[in-house]
Design a protein around this ligand. Structure first.
Ligand code: FES
Length: 339
């Protein structure tokens, strides 16, 4: 992750009654590189304490002039309420850089994308990338919302479908349509019905939305025997902490970071990131919830147990990767590297 940058708010664009797109610009002569589908990490002061949040980028590099995040106000979310209701052009926000692995896979020709609510944000970025730069790709988007009024990017998706005929199909599912007609939710049966005819050798699946929707879609894909490396997940609900502390022993973690080795104790029930920060070690991190993968490290020795629902793929886990913000040492000694 790159160093802290002050980004200027260029414009705030309303998308729905409770979602806005915030267009941002780095300082003169500075550039913020990113891939379609990644997060932007921001830091805010709340009650005198710096709070970090990761927001998916809805802009697409090489295509959109500004860096843009799309934010939906969440119930009880102080930071999202501030962004949606108070931010205006000319304001500045502190950025810690971009990260994330929810990006376009090589060789993906047919992209089947399932989005729920604001889960459309990274998917919208990837859709534009595929349509503009991957000329032999086509996309099927299954987009779940309460009703037409709550659809983020409704007009923009219609415009893309018209501009790229035959390459973008959007299937809307509304759980509570305005006209009072029967609602449609993505249950497992419906997911099977929609996904089965789309399955093919070069089909890749991108899922981002509420936990229930993700679960139903994953079950359907398992039933269709779709290989894990063709399923790309972006979670935005907090991972579930292991029921019991993974080890009754305090663990000693040795962390190789930026050419230095740090050793610190981790108490049972404490994450590796919590222990590192408590002892003045500051590895890269942002969301602290297992979504953004900014705190990824590689395990050299020892075992780490992670909360369920984190942002690493089975292939990355097999390579020994772990997320420090939702990772608990499982052995008395663990050796990790972030380099
Ligand atoms: S800080 Fe975001 S996944 Fe760990």
């Amino acid at each position: 992750m790159s160093k802290m940058l002050n980004l200027k708010v260029v414009a705030v664009e309303a998308e729905t009654a409770d979602a806005v797109t915030i267009h941002l610009k780095p300082p003169f002569m500075r550039k913020l590189d990113y891939l379609a589908g990644q997060y932007l990490s921001l830091e805010f002061d709340a009650a005198g304490t710096p709070q970090r949040r990761a927001y998916s980028l809805s802009s697409t590099p090489g295509l959109d002039r500004h860096l843009s995040i799309t934010v939906k106000r969440v119930d009880g979310g102080l930071v999202s309420a501030r962004l949606v209701e108070q931010l205006t052009a000319g304001d500045r926000v502190r950025s810690l850089g971009t990260s994330g692995r929810f990006v376009l896979a090589q060789g993906a020709r047919h992209l089947v994308m399932l989005a729920g609510g604001s889960g459309i944000t990274p998917i919208f970025s990837i859709i534009k990338q595929a349509l503009h730069f991957e000329l032999d790709s086509r996309i099927t988007l299954i987009y779940c919302n309460r009703n037409r009024q709550s659809v983020i990017f409704a007009d923009k998706l219609d415009q893309l479908a018209a501009r790229y005929p035959g390459r973008l199909q959007v299937i809307h599912l509304f759980s509570r349509p305005e006209d009072g007609s029967a609602g449609a939710r993505l249950c497992q049966e419906r997911a099977m019905e929609l996904l089965a005819p789309l399955n093919g050798e070069h089909t890749h699946y991108y899922l981002c939305g509420p936990a229930g929707m993700m679960q139903q879609a994953r079950e359907a894909l398992r039933s269709l025997q779709v290989a894990d490396n063709r399923v790309h997940l972006e979670n935005f609900v907090a991972p579930v902490k292991p029921a019991a502390a993974p080890t009754g022993l305090a663990s000693q973690v040795h962390l190789h970071l930026q050419g230095r080795e740090y050793s610190f104790a981790v108490s049972p029930g404490q994450t590796i990131l919590e222990a590192a920060l408590a002892q003045g070690v500051e590895p890269p991190f942002s969301c602290r919830s297992g979504f953004c993968t900014a705190c990824v490290c590689t395990r050299l020795t020892g075992e780490v147990e992670m909360a369920e629902g984190h942002g690493l793929s089975p292939a990355e886990l097999k390579m020994g990767q772990a997320l420090m913000c939702v990772g608990y040492p499982k052995t008395a000694e663990v050796r990790l590297t972030v380099d």
